[in-house]
Design a protein around this ligand. Structure first.
Ligand code: MSP
Length: 696
């Protein structure tokens, strides 16, 4: 038996502009899944590409004074270079201007006319060129495009139409029989209620008013509607209707797609038009369409006119591809919207990557060097501390698998980081430096070995997200293929002793948050309006002028975090337990100055007592040690933590909130928590920070 197959796609991007960090998001997510599936033994086909036809592209090329193809070639080279820099492991890149695509689209169109699914008629209605969407009068909102809010044009022309209405019942039956087809779940209701229930119109599938596209063979004044052209990329790239038998085999091997990753803005095209086109062609339908959320900027949608677009190449150049990949997938739960802020990126970099993961690797290699000549020792008998870590590793692996299989990347990372943090804690508790001093060689050997083994396991788990760091660790620890397979994570102790470990530079440098934020703002301004080729260079120059990378951790601002308000016992977790927000609703708070932020007094404390409050399901009474005093705080986290789990944990407390009484119990502060799907977690503080430390 051959390997099972897994076919995953991204949308094909419009190359009418440089891609931004939002586009990179889909592609990074698909890449993490593709890498994970390969590690799990799948024969993966990962497809991405570009959607190169349409009026918008024609107009851009005209404006640039170039032929469309010449204009496109430059941008496509820029896009492919972006994916290379981001370590995107795509297996194929399709351009809709390639003959392998255009020929098949022409053929499909002919076939659909012949079998009566496409007919010639007269279109009268509204068209939004930026969205390449047709709208009826009643669908417009204030006379504008309901998707993007821009001006629409009245179009009156001879057009071909696709008989969508004929397939509606079969489509609804497919939804019914395959509840996993549209994910996240909430997008399905939106599709049915907003687009299908009001009555699915036949779709206009050709235009005669411009030229840049695939022409209808029997009637060449018609250009195939871009969405029909674009959607078919998923089958033409595989070799559907190819003249070459090997390519046709490829089609049969991988089709139907296991998952199409798309942004929520284009779910409609993928779960209504695309399945209907496939039904008309007699082809099986994709197994899943996943509509993820959007990365927004603090001031709303990313857009060039707002001047808030961040060039992904600039970020990669400055922080490395692993850091950007990690941030994108860790920061917001897949499916939900979130806000990109330089501050939150830098915090992730400093805390998760430099302090937690990078430091684990660095201190281990350093201690191995100092205490054992850089060689991985033989372990002796495991004690309680080792058993606990081994147990946690064993629990972590299926948790990561479950999260990855349900496309919850941020949850997978959270589980991995629990292990990483536990490994750091293990080092603190087992104190190898003390063992070395006391000459306890056997015990020291066990501890050093366990540290290396924890790193080996973590390095495999992080591989889909941090391919570079994983490869560096594997090289430094001289790991064999057997020691880096996914299955080997289940064998704690699989690491062969006796290898020499190279210490090397820290994997992730710590950065000065304030200096970096300033540097990025300057660079972003410099890139606005810069051309495709000039953008990177202009931005880099601006960065080096604006500030150099600092080697110490700057003070991080608390941003992008969710506060669990003790007073109400409520949090900002979505009401329905983490399901995505609606199309327009994004959690963006107004910008504040540092003076407003400074009014909040944040202090590190340690929870000494935690107990339930009678008659209150959501509330816990906490006693928090703030160094100089012990405070009583009532916190709305009873549904997320057992009281005993909290005792001993460090937390960040808002210490200057007005006292309130909740269920008759006085609360003198508030504990900060971060929300993750339907989970709420204390904002973590390293154990080494003393109680009473100021958070600023
Ligand atoms: N060409 C069509 C897709 C055809 S697929 C058969 C298209 N292209 S696009 O370039 O405009 O956008 C492609 C995708 O980029 C969006 O659907 C979405 O997946 C992603 N994103 C664009 N901006 C984004 C954010 N700000 N955040 C997250 N994803 C975003 O539509």
């Amino acid at each position: 038996m051959g390997k099972p197959t897994f076919y995953i796609t991204t949308p094909i991007y419009y190359p009418n502009d440089k891609l931004h960090i939002g586009h990179a998001y889909t592609t990074v997510a698909a890449d993490a899944l593709a890498r994970y599936k390969r590690l799990r033994g799948y024969d993966v086909m990962y497809l991405t590409g570009t959607d190169e036809h349409g009026l918008k592209i024609q107009q851009r090329a005209e404006k640039a004074g170039q032929e469309p193809l010449a204009y496109l070639d430059d941008i496509i080279a820029w896009i492919r270079d972006l994916w290379d820099r981001l370590d995107i492991s795509y297996d194929d890149f399709i351009r809709t201007t390639e003959p392998r695509h255009t020929r098949v689209v022409e053929e499909i169109f002919e076939r659909l006319i012949d079998q009566g699914d496409i007919y010639l008629g007269q279109y009268e209605g509204w068209y939004c060129t930026p969205c390449e969407s047709f709208w009826s009068e009643r669908e417009l909102v204030d006379g504008k495009c309901p998707d993007c809010g821009r001006e629409v044009q009245y179009v009156q022309e001879e057009s071909y139409f696709f008989r969508m209405s004929k397939y509606v019942d079969r489509l609804l039956a497919y939804y019914e029989e395959h509840p996993e087809f549209i994910q996240p779940e909430s997008r399905k209701n939106e599709m049915i209620n907003n687009f299908i229930k009001p009555g699915l119109q036949d779709l206009c599938v050709s235009r005669t008013s411009f030229d840049w596209g695939i022409h209808v063979r029997r009637n060449p004044k018609h250009v195939v509607y871009v969405w029909l052209d674009a959607l078919t990329n998923y089958i033409t790239a595989l070799g559907y209707l190819s003249e070459d038998a090997d390519k046709r085999d490829r089609f049969h091997r991988y089709w139907p797609a296991d998952v199409h990753f798309v942004g929520k803005d284009i779910v409609r095209f993928h779960v209504i038009y695309w399945p209907i086109i496939l039904m008309a062609l007699g082809l099986p339908l994709p197994r899943q369409v996943y509509g993820h959320g959007f990365f927004m900027m603090k001031d709303g949608k990313m857009s060039k006119s707002k001047g808030n677009v961040i060039d992904p190449k600039l970020l990669i150049e400055r922080y490395g591809s692993d850091a950007i990949r990690y941030y994108l997938l860790r920061e917001i739960p897949f499916g939900q919207d979130g806000v990109f802020t330089p501050e939150s990126l830098l915090q992730r970099l400093n805390f998760d990557l430099a302090n937690d993961f990078g430091n684990l690797v660095h201190r281990t290699a350093a201690m191995l060097g100092r205490f054992n000549g850089g060689v991985i020792p033989q372990p002796g008998l495991r004690q309680r501390l080792e058993e606990d870590l081994v147990k946690l590793a064993a629990e972590t692996i299926p948790q990561v698998e479950d999260a990855m299989d349900s496309l919850q990347f941020s949850v997978a990372l959270e589980h991995i980081w629990r292990l990483v943090r536990a490994a750091n804690k293990y080092i603190d508790e087992s104190a190898p430096w003390a063992l070395n001093k006391a000459g306890e060689r056997e015990r020291l050997g066990t501890v050093l070995y366990t540290m290396c083994e924890a790193i080996r396991v973590a390095s495999i788990l992080v591989q889909p997200f941090l391919p570079r760091a994983a490869a560096t660790i594997h090289a430094r620890f001289q790991l064999s293929p057997d020691e880096t397979s996914w299955e080997s994570t289940r064998r704690f102790g699989a690491l062969a002793a006796g290898k020499r470990v190279e210490a090397g530079e820290p994997l992730f440098p710590r950065l000065d948050v304030a200096a970096e934020v300033e540097a990025l703002a300057a660079a972003t301004q410099a890139t606005q309006g810069a051309g495709v080729q000039a953008g990177g260079a202009a931005a880099s120059a601006a960065v080096s002028e604006a500030g150099a990378v600092a080697a110490t951790a700057g003070h991080a601002q608390v941003s992008g975090r969710t506060m669990a308000r003790a007073e109400s016992g409520q949090s900002h977790v979505d009401k329905d337990g983490g399901s995505p927000m609606s199309e327009t609703q994004v959690q963006v708070k107004p910008q504040i100055g540092i003076d407003v932020f400074d009014q909040v007094e944040l202090t590190v404390g340690q929870i000494r007592v935690a107990e339930r409050i009678e008659g209150a399901d959501k509330l816990l009474r906490l006693e928090v040690d703030l160094g100089s005093e012990v405070r009583q705080v009532v916190s709305g986290i009873a549904q997320y933590y057992q009281p005993e789990e909290l005792v001993g944990q460090k937390a960040v407390v808002v210490t200057n909130l007005k006292p309130v009484k909740l269920r008759g119990v006085q609360s003198n502060g508030m504990i900060l928590c971060a929300s993750e799907g339907n989970q709420l977690k204390l904002v973590s503080v390293p154990d080494s920070i003393p109680n009473g430390a100021v958070v600023k």
